[in-house]
Design a protein around this ligand. Structure first.
Ligand code: URP
Ligand code: ZN
Ligand code: ZN
Length: 466
């Protein structure tokens, strides 16, 4: 038998179970999964020994922002550093957001983001398309779906960026998604009340006394869950597929659970790694402003409910919302929390965080872990079964992880452009010992060895089917 590469002796884990098996790769795809393939292989096949390791489908981070102009600066991880970081973390596909600025059309935005990625991306990628000017952009949605971009994004906040969508726009976009077979991703935060709370607390005295803590003070849990309830209501009324991004609250998880109990299987919600392991006590530290992201990190009780949601299946995926800002960029806040560039780095640590705090802490079984970081994201975003599974015919996007070997998170030794990490000094297992992207080894012995421009733009035919 002639194969290019065989991953031998590992434990292959898919979302439906695991087996001791070899994985044979021909060209860019998986040719065979079975026992003893390495022994029967013709000379010339590269054998990668995975003895004692898990062999899993590459991670799929469906929520990243690379080189995003935002909050008066541009996020520090671009398609070079961001996709290298992805690879080192075992993530082989990223989905970014193409966002129109000013009078740009959806096609302009898509072209801008294609240009950011072209020649740089080291792993495969595609885009959700942000609908920021409903009256104009609504007419373009069908063409985008036809071109292979069936997922759209709306933000309930960010008026200053020119991105905000009101209820009528969200209602209309959900109707369109039902009609076109697309799916709408929504950033759910209640802007009117949020703005009111920001105004009330925006005093010299409070900023002096409370600093970055005001980020949490002005975003109590109801800022998120009222907005999630509203989005779910519009999804129920229209029948349009809804995907709630970066859900951070216990109450939000309860709303999604109740929606599923009512039979709303077209409503999905993700959470992000940071909401599972960080809590808002960080805002009281000297570096509290570094941790500001939207929505902000919440409390331990929210973490617990989100983990339960992942186990129950109500929360369908873990992503990162990677939106990296360096210490220098974060320093733009100068004591005013409303000026902090909002966002965190995360691509390189997604799988390690969920593996270490999910699987090793006994919260998740290995197959659930694979489901949450790869298979479900692939299914819901229309990439399955090309991505998200180790089976014959799928792309050979594979991460090999050692079950116990831990690395200490040290930003200076990572691929990200960030000079700090929310997890700095943490000891994490689950980094990729080896990563393959479409059959090519791009991480070897925990080090990136891929190539800019290898990553391919993916198009999709459907979205919102788990
Ligand atoms: O703080 C965040 N999340 N920055 C990126 C923009 C967004 O809301 O996803
Ligand atoms: Zn958001
Ligand atoms: Zn985001």
């Amino acid at each position: 038998m002639s194969f290019d590469t065989i991953i031998a002796n590992g434990t292959v884990v898919n979302a439906n179970g695991s087996e001791q098996a070899d994985v044979a790769v021909s060209g860019e795809t998986i040719a065979k999964v079975g026992r003893g393939l390495a022994k029967k292989a013709a000379d010339g096949a590269r054998i990668i020994d995975a003895k004692g390791c898990y062999v899993i489908p590459g991670g799929i981070d469906v929520h990243v922002h690379l080189a995003l102009p935002f909050c008066g600066t541009v996020s520090a991880d671009d398609y070079d550093s961001g996709t290298k970081a992805a690879a080192r973390g075992g993530v082989t596909t990223v989905i970014d957001f193409a966002i129109p600025y000013g009078d740009e059309t959806l096609h302009d935005a898509l072209n801008n983001w294609k240009n950011k990625a072209a020649g740089k991306a080291c792993v495969d990628y595609t885009f959700h398309i942000a609908v920021t000017k409903w009256d104009r952009h609504r007419h373009e949605m069908r063409a985008l779906v036809d071109a292979g971009f069936p997922t759209f994004k709306q933000f309930m906040i960010y008026a200053k960026e020119g991105w905000q969508a009101d209820d009528a726009a969200i209602f209309g976009a959900l109707e369109q998604c039902r009609e076109l077979g697309g799916m709408l991703l929504v950033h759910c935060e209640s802007s009117r009340v949020l703005d009111e709370l920001i105004e009330r607390h925006h005093t010299e005295d409070e900023m002096h006394r409370l600093g970055a803590r005001l980020h949490a003070v002005t975003r109590p849990n109801y800022i998120e869950y009222e907005a999630i309830q509203r989005a779910v209501t519009w999804a129920e009324a229209t029948g349009g597929r809804l995907y709630v991004v970066h859900m951070s609250t216990a109450e939000g998880t309860d709303i999604i659970r109740r929606a599923h109990k009512r039979g709303l299987d077209h409503v999905f919600a993700e959470t992000c790694a940071q909401y599972l392991v960080l809590d808002d006590s960080l805002f009281d530290g000297p570096d509290g402003h570094l941790f500001a992201c939207c929505p902000q990190i919440k409390k331990k009780r929210d973490q617990r409910r989100l983990w339960d949601g992942l186990v129950d299946g109500d929360v369908c995926a873990v992503s990162t919302d990677t939106c990296t800002f360096t210490r220098e960029q974060k320093a733009m806040w100068n004591g005013d929390w409303t000026k902090i560039p909002m966002g965190l780095p995360g691509l390189e640590t997604l799988l390690p965080i969920v593996y270490t705090h999910g699987v090793l802490k006994g919260r998740l079984k290995m197959r659930q872990f694979v489901n949450l970081v790869s298979t479900n994201p692939a299914k819901i975003m229309g990439l399955y079964p090309t991505k998200g599974v180790i089976t014959r015919g799928a792309d050979a996007d594979i991460a090999i992880i050692h079950p116990k070997k831990r690395l200490t998170v040290e930003p200076g030794q990572m691929e990200t452009n960030c000079d700090w990490s929310p997890y700095g000094g943490w000891s994490l297992a689950g980094f990729a010992r080896t990563t393959l992207s479409r059959g090519r080894v791009i991480v070897d012995d925990y080090r990136f060895c891929g190539e800019n421009g290898w990553g391919r733009l993916l198009t999709r035919k459907s979205a919102g089917k788990a």
